[in-house]
Ligand binder design. Structure first.
Ligand code: HEM
Length: 243
């Protein structure tokens, strides 16, 4: 897929997310959203709102079956992500294949960003394809997914797990599963929704992850290092063709 195209106003538009990444995001919205909807009322079953919500969804057994089905869906999405990653690294050898790996620059960027917000630094750091906030969110998702699958498997197959591990691992897994679920739900609600809907220039919704497209203006402003690299690569390619 090309890295850019022209919009109707002939303003240059860059392709930030390919179809595969866009599909993954939709799968995540559905599976994670439904897992929260069917999981959190179980955790808060002592409250009326949770009982009402579970009754509206067909009762506790239906809610649990739905929870398991959406867990499988999230599992399929996770396997899909691993394949997409392998394809990007080993087959396509994409120039962006290591762009989510954190480095020292992310730490200095975060500190600089803090300084900017406090009015101590005049300019925001120059970001690459993914800024420090996006990397934190990605790795939190990876970590959270591992915790949820591990503890979820303990809850799904307790009789198998307790063949090898002591019984108290099951209530411990339940506490970790419910706690991480609440943390993930709040992180998405507060941090992710703020960045996607409310942050400067994003209101009412940053549609990039759905359309894959981002304007040149935003590339220059938000991801200047990647923008400069794409332009340098294009210049080199044009030079090679002419030469
Ligand atoms: C990020 C996604 C997930 C969220 C937000 C979530 C949320 C929750 C919550 C809040 C509970 C109630 C815990 C309590 O009662 O304290 C729960 C229960 C449970 N979850 Fe999850 N969960 C997720 C993923 C998974 C996965 C991947 C699995 C399976 C591997 C799983 C399997 C279970 C099971 C077996 C239970 C016990 C109740 C039941 O049988 O449905 N969950 N989940």
């Amino acid at each position: 897929m090309s890295t850019h195209e022209m919009s109707t106003e002939q303003q240059r538009v860059f392709i930030r997310f390919d179809l595969s990444a866009r599909i993954e995001h939709i799968l995540l919205i559905i599976s994670f959203g439904m897992l929260c909807l069917t999981g959190l009322p179980q955790k808060f079953h002592n409250y009326n709102w949770a009982q009402d919500l579970m009754n509206a969804m067909g009762g506790i057994e239906t809610v649990q079956t739905m929870h398991h089905l959406f867990a499988y869906m999230m599992g399929i999405e996770t396997v899909y992500h691993i394949f997409a990653l392998f394809r990007s690294i080993f087959i396509k050898k994409s120039p962006n294949r290591f762009s989510m790996i954190p480095g020292l620059k992310d730490i200095t960027d975060a500190l600089r960003h803090l300084g900017y917000n406090l009015g101590l630094v005049k300019e925001l750091p120059k970001y690459d394809r993914f800024n420090w906030k996006e990397k934190v969110e990605y790795w939190a998702l990876i970590w959270g997914t591992i915790v949820m699958f591990l503890t979820g498997a303990f809850l799904m197959w307790p009789e198998v797990i307790t063949r090898w591990l002591p019984g108290y691992f099951i209530p411990a897994a339940k506490a970790a599963h419910g706690g991480e679920a609440l943390l993930a739900f709040l992180a998405i609600l507060i941090w992710h929704m703020y960045n996607a809907h409310l942050a400067q220039g994003k209101m009412p919704l940053d549609t990039t992850i759905f359309t894959g497209k981002v304007t040149e203006e935003r590339m220059r402003h938000e991801y200047p290092l990647e923008y400069e690299r794409i332009l340098a690569r294009e210049q080199k390619e044009t030079g090679a063709k002419l030469g």
